[in-house]
Design a protein around this ligand. Structure first.
Ligand SMILES: CC(C)(COP(=O)(O)OP(=O)(O)OC[C@H]1O[C@@H](n2cnc3c(N)ncnc32)[C@H](O)[C@@H]1OP(=O)(O)O)[C@@H](O)C(=O)NCCC(=O)NCCS
Length: 168
C-alpha cells in the first residue's frame, strides 16, 4: 500500500502554476451556476500563474496543501478587511480541487490557516462565503463559525448575497 504524505506549507513562487490551476478548477467547480459565466471566466482569467507568482512574492500569505507531491488546495489569509467587524484576521480564500473535497482536507487547511493568523498575532477570524454556496456554508457552520453579518457582491448585473462567519 502506498502512503500519501499531506503537507501544508507556505507557497513558493515555483508553486504559482499549480495554484493557478487549482484556483481555476475549484472556482469553476464551486461557482458555475451561481456567478454569471462571463464574470466567472474573467475572474479566473485574471488569476493566471503570473498573478499568483506576484501574490506569493508580495507575501499576501498563501498556504498550499500538497498531497503525494500534488497541490490539492490553497488558502490565502491576512488582516480582516471589514472595519465593522472586530476580528483581526481573515481567511480570504480556501479552495480545494474538486476530487479532494469531502475527505477532511478542508478542515486541515482551515486549521493551518487559523494557526498562521495566530502566529501573525491576529486575534479572531472572519471568512466570507456566498450565500448560494451551500457546501461552504455547511463547512463553516460545522467548523464552529457564527454568521454575524451579510453583504452583497455584484457580478456583471447579478447581485449575490454573502455571509460573514466569525470565530473569536
Ligand atoms: C469548502 C471546502 C474548503 C471544504 O473542504 P472539504 O475538504 O470538502 O471539507 P472536509 O472534508 O474537511 O469537511 C469538514 C466538515 O464540513 C462538512 N462539509 C464539507 N463539505 C460539505 C458539503 N458539501 N455539504 C455538507 N457538509 C460539508 C463535512 O460534513 C465535515 O463535517 P464533519 O467533520 O462533521 O464530518 C471544499 O469543499 C472546497 O474547496 N469547496 C469548493 C470551494 C469553496 O466553496 N470554498 C469556500 C469558498 S468561501
Amino acid at each position: 500500500m502506498n502512503t500519501l504524505t499531506i503537507d501544508i506549507r507556505r507557497a513558493e513562487p515555483a508553486d504559482a502554476e499549480a495554484v493557478a490551476e487549482v484556483h481555476d478548477t475549484a472556482w469553476r467547480g464551486a461557482y458555475v451556476g451561481i456567478i454569471p459565466y462571463s464574470a466567472l471566466n474573467r475572474m479566473v482569467g485574471r488569476r493566471g500563474p503570473r498573478w499568483w507568482a506576484n501574490a506569493i512574492r508580495r507575501s499576501a500569505t498563501v498556504l498550499v496543501l500538497e498531497i503525494g507531491g500534488e497541490i490539492a488546495g490553497y488558502a490565502t489569509l491576512g488582516r480582516n478587511r471589514a472595519r465593522e467587524l472586530p476580528q483581526e484576521g481573515e481567511i480570504y480564500e480556501l479552495y480545494l480541487r474538486p476530487e479532494y473535497q469531502g475527505i477532511g482536507l478542508g478542515k486541515r487547511l482551515f486549521s493551518a490557516a487559523r494557526e498562521m493568523l495566530v502566529t501573525h498575532g491576529l486575534d479572531g477570524l472572519v471568512v466570507w462565503a456566498l450565500e448560494d454556496n451551500d457546501p461552504a456554508l455547511s463547512f463553516y457552520t460545522g467548523a464552529g463559525g457564527r454568521d454575524v453579518a451579510e453583504g452583497v457582491e455584484v457580478f456583471d448585473n447579478k447581485a449575490l448575497r454573502k455571509l460573514a462567519f466569525v470565530w473569536d
